[in-house]
Design a protein around this ligand. Structure first.
Ligand SMILES: Nc1ncnc2c1ncn2[C@@H]1O[C@H](COP(=O)(O)OP(=O)(O)OP(=O)(O)O)[C@@H](O)[C@H]1O
Ligand SMILES: [Mg+2]
Length: 304
């Protein structure tokens, strides 16, 4: 198991997913392209496309030719306007949806369905209200066929990791939103997936709880060495957490640009450097948001 060198000086240098002739911007962002990266990849997306059947006979191209490589232990954030295909992409990586074209590979092995090597944490969390915190965390391991003694050991370990050991016998309705997020995180981590997929996990939380969970997620990532793909609307959050940020275009979802975040850790949402980097990405994102608004407006006009 690799340990992320989270607070080592110069760690962004040797964690660089792609090193070329690019020079860092003053903001701490370095534009990169990962699809030509020859290094080892934990996760590889090859020319991934997905078309949905929309109403009647019409079709909607949600993802279009996504090429992406994620290094082992890398924290990749994905940002993009609403409806650009971020959740669709996570579903495809998790094997919950089949792509129309292209492939998902983990450690160079072709994936063709769900597996415990890739776990998706939905925004709705999917916790079971009739189970206690411990039982919720144990659930995924039961499904995986792990023996009882080992399950209980792991439940203890992961509940301690997310600081919820004292609440092991509580039911979900007895927990705050942030605590529920931590249960979902513990449950996902307990199955020890190689790749953790997170779809806007902190969007519904208040600012303080979110800050706390950023710190905790970063710590857990450092301790467990997991590879994380994290979708968010919040560009600052992406810069706060990510080694790299991939910006998606409005429909169809393509990768518009990728940025390596060349800022030391730990970072904070309020850091000036984080704000500066976020502003740079936001300018880029705004173009795509405008396109989405124009498309919506055109639809409204057509309906009149
Ligand atoms: N099951 C489905 N059937 C048909 N179209 C779908 C389906 N799920 C999603 N879509 C369409 O695919 C596009 C991408 O949806 P997706 O949920 O992946 O976007 P998103 O980037 O996650 O958006 P948000 O930021 O709002 O969560 C949207 O236009 C959506 O309407
Ligand atoms: Mg979504």
């Amino acid at each position: 198991m690799t340990t992320n060198p989270i607070s080592q000086p110069g760690f962004s240098e040797h964690r660089s997913p792609v090193r070329g002739s690019v020079t860092p911007h003053k903001s701490g962002l370095v534009p990169v392209r990962s699809n030509g990266n020859n290094g080892t990849a934990k996760l590889t997306l090859k020319n991934l496309s997905l078309t949905y059947k929309a109403n009647g006979s019409s079709r909607l191209l949600a993802l279009d030719g996504i090429d992406l490589k994620v290094k082992p232990g890398e924290f990749l954030c994905i940002v993009g306007p609403s409806g650009c295909g971020k959740s669709t992409l996570l579903h495809v990586i998790a094997g919950l949806q089949q792509p129309t074209a292209g492939h998902v590979l983990v450690d160079d092995n072709l994936m063709d369905g769900p597996g415990t090597d890739r776990i998706l944490i939905f925004q709705e969390l999917g916790l079971f209200p009739w189970l206690t915190v411990s039982e919720n965390v144990e659930f995924g391991m039961k499904m995986k066929g792990i023996a009882r003694a080992e399950r209980q050991e792991k439940v203890q370990y992961y509940l301690r990791l997310v600081h919820l050991a004292q609440f092991k016998d509580s039911y979900i309705h007895q927990l705050s939103g942030g605590m529920r997020q931590r249960v979902a995180l513990a449950r996902a981590l307990a199955t020890e997936p190689d790749v953790l997929l997170m779809d806007e996990p902190f969007a519904a939380l208040d600012a303080q709880t979110r800050d706390l969970l950023h710190d905790e997620l970063e710590r857990i990532w450092a301790e467990t060495g997991r590879t994380i793909v994290f979708v968010t609307h919040n560009v600052r959050e992406a810069v706060r957490l990510g080694d790299r940020v991939a910006l998606f275009t409005f429909r169809p979802g393509r990768i518009k640009r990728e940025y390596k975040v060349d800022l030391p850790r730990p970072r904070h949402l309020e850091d000036v450097t984080v704000a500066k980097s976020a502003r740079e990405i936001l300018d880029d994102l705004r173009e795509e948001i405008n396109k989405s608004l124009e498309a919506e407006y055109a639809g409204e006009v057509l309906k009149r």
